[in-house]
Design a protein around this ligand. Structure first.
Ligand code: CUA
Length: 335
């Protein structure tokens, strides 16, 4: 019995435990408004539950009797204007109480016209990764959004293929990303930290593997990241005795590989189908946010992308282990 109670309690409260994807620990103005709206609606719902339960109990105890008792059947009522008005106006008021703040919040989260001084980030959803562009800074990255704390940001959400949905539970969303249409999402991150994001709309085989991180930094740390991103791709250096280093050989492997038509490395290649790799070595994750960025994970990814991300658009490269090792050395040097 106690075990059953414990199990029920665990199931009931499983949704309340703070997790990286929780919406109950808001870290932006928008996420705060959303959680307040949630509690407001829960409040109205609880009130309705109390009233309905009260009327039900009243009915049970006031108008019931024992089986042996003779009860006079209730008198049928044909029309009752008061009751009809009550059960029309009552639910209408409840719907209004929920709809008005919901619609207001929806409008509040998308600026109707460009706001001067706002920080612009363009997000393009791909099967199954995120292209991130900073049009005002000339920076392109993938699966990782860096934002300065306390600065209002406007996301422009676009799709390269199918419908996706932008969702960072602790910062806000979800907002659908629709092919041929630009959706906006405006928010101000209020607390420094790294927040998990993921695609919130089924978009194909690896929908669950379409993740990203949002790094909210102090102004200084954000600026340091920005300066690093603005630099050209790191140039591989020769070994101590002037001989060809692994990173130099790796760059050669890259330049002659099937990687170049799909990936950009500034000064080396100009492909646009896959993520920009100019600073891939400095990123937190690989492969649409599913793997930590380590040499072992990168090697495993390059060896067989489909094994880690079913349906991945990136093909298996026809490379031997030595070529893979050189390629990993080069890509990880691109900080
Ligand atoms: Cu993109 Cu699900």
């Amino acid at each position: 019995m106690t075990r059953r109670v414990g199990l029920i309690a665990a199931l009931l409260f499983a949704g309340c435990a703070p997790t990286p994807l929780t919406t109950f620990a808001p870290k932006s103005d928008l996420a705060g408004w959303i959680v307040n709206l949630y509690w407001e609606i829960i409040g109205w719902d609880s009130l309705i539950l109390l009233v309905v339960t009260g009327i039900f109990l009243l009915g049970v105890f006031r108008y019931s009797g024992r089986a042996t008792e003779e009860i006079e059947p209730p008198r049928p009522t044909h029309t009752h204007l008061g009751l009809e008005v009550a059960w029309t106006v009552g639910p209408a008021l409840v719907i209004l109480a929920i709809a008005v703040p919901t619609v207001r919040l929806d409008f509040r989260s998308q600026a109707s016209r460009p706001t001067p001084g706002i920080f612009n980030v363009r997000v393009v959803g791909h099967q199954w990764w995120w292209e991130i562009r900073y049009p005002d800074l000339g920076i392109t990255t993938a699966n990782e959004i860096h934002l300065p704390v306390g600065v209002p940001v406007q996301f422009r959400l676009e799709s390269a293929d199918v419908i996706h949905s932008f969702w960072v539970p602790q910062l806000g969303g979800k907002r659908d990303i629709i092919p041929g249409h630009v959706n906006a999402l405006t928010l101000t991150p209020l607390v420094e930290g790294t927040y998990y994001g993921e695609c919130g709309e089924f978009c194909g085989l690896s929908h669950a593997n379409m993740r990203f991180r949002v790094v909210v930094d102090s102004a200084e740390r954000f600026d340091a990241w920005k300066q690093l991103q603005l630099r050209p791709a790191a140039l591989p250096q020769p070994g101590p005795d002037g001989e060809e280093s692994a990173t130099q050989a790796g760059q050669r492997v890259f330049a002659l590989s099937a990687c170049t038509p799909c990936h950009t490395i500034n000064g080396v290649s100009t492909g646009v189908f896959g993520p920009d790799l100019t600073h891939v070595g400095g990123r937190l994750t690989l492969a649409g946010g599913i793997l930590d960025n380590t040499p072992d994970n990168l090697r495993a990814w390059l060896r067989d992308p489909d094994a880690l991300k079913p349906g991945a658009q990136m093909p298996k490269l026809a490379m031997n282990e030595q070529q893979l090792n050189l390629l990993v050395a080069y890509l990880e040097s691109l900080k």
